[in-house]
Write a protein that binds this ligand. Sequence first.
Ligand SMILES: NC(=O)c1ccc[n+]([C@@H]2O[C@H](COP(=O)([O-])OP(=O)(O)OC[C@H]3O[C@@H](n4cnc5c(N)ncnc54)[C@H](OP(=O)(O)O)[C@@H]3O)[C@@H](O)[C@H]2O)c1
Length: 325
Amino acid sequence: MLAIRCNKYGPPSSLAIEELPSLVPGPKEVVVQVKACSINFPDTLITQGLYQIKPELPFTPGSDFSGTIKKIGKEITNFVIGEEVFGFVPFGALAEEVIVSVSTCFPKPRNMNFPIAASFMMAYGTSYHALKDRGQLEEGQTLLVLGASGGVGLAAVELGTLMGAKVIAAASSDEKLALCRKYGAQLTINYKKEDLKSRIKELTENKGVDLIYDPVGGEFSEAAFRGIAWKGKYLVVGFAAGSIPKIPLNLPLLKGASIVGVFWGGFAMKNPKENMKNTLSLMQWYNDGNLKPHIHKTYKLEETSKALEEMIARKVKGKVIVQIN
Ligand SMILES: NC(=O)c1ccc[n+]([C@@H]2O[C@H](COP(=O)([O-])OP(=O)(O)OC[C@H]3O[C@@H](n4cnc5c(N)ncnc54)[C@H](OP(=O)(O)O)[C@@H]3O)[C@@H](O)[C@H]2O)c1
């Protein structure tokens, strides 16, 4: 089977495509014939050795997949060969085959095609866990989403709207913000042109925002935090800008505010039942036509490095997909 291989940590151009032996599942695992794998920001980090998980070299990157069950472990009773599934793995899915633990593999809804299914789990799983479990978002609250047109950001805009929040989308271009409006954002901030903190105050009549969803980090985090409402919550989701911000602790004190960490992968591993409940709610929303994953572009397996480069260059809106024949 063909697989993308990271033989040494480095830029996307250093990845190779190689022929490997077909995979064999453990007793509680399945082997999935991968049809599509979406790219997430952590894929750009893990291949450069910059992520919190550093797989032993060489390894195959890729987390968010869809496909069909090809082989089944001895103890598996809930899947059959040929069944259409989607799910996630820490790495290994940018290949024709991937080994998956059954706790992170789900039957694919019939009305969801393979690219959409591959784009679903990480973006919506992270944002729903963040807004519902960590942020306890309530109807009528204001939600500020930074990096709002990115993979997890756009899902947060869509889910926040669905959960009854007034969403303020913040991103680096008017084109990106136009897409966020289509996904439900009522107000927007172009943080390349506008001062984030003063625009938040203007848009909320000086009250500030109740919940902040931050997958960007860097210079915007403190500016956003300074626009938080009394007793607001600040969700730490990621650091796409590259630097981990240091927030002065007088700021949460003065606002009676909370800084709340979000680690969806850890949550899904430690609380598989809760994660399954969330996944079922998300699938119901999809089936009811309430969620519409945005596919930016589709690449072939051998073009994986281009997909990663596009994400690093900040050009992706929504999700980018690698399709595998
Ligand atoms: N905590 C969790 O459980 C969890 C789960 C999944 C992902 N994440 C994290 O969430 C972040 C976003 O992931 P994603 O897959 O949604 O990525 P993405 O689609 O690339 O979105 C990231 C957004 O960040 C903004 N950005 C600002 N500075 C950037 C820079 N220097 N390089 C790239 N993007 C920059 C971009 O929007 P603008 O151009 O509009 O600024 C971009 O749309 C990552 O840090 C990832 O590790 C966390």
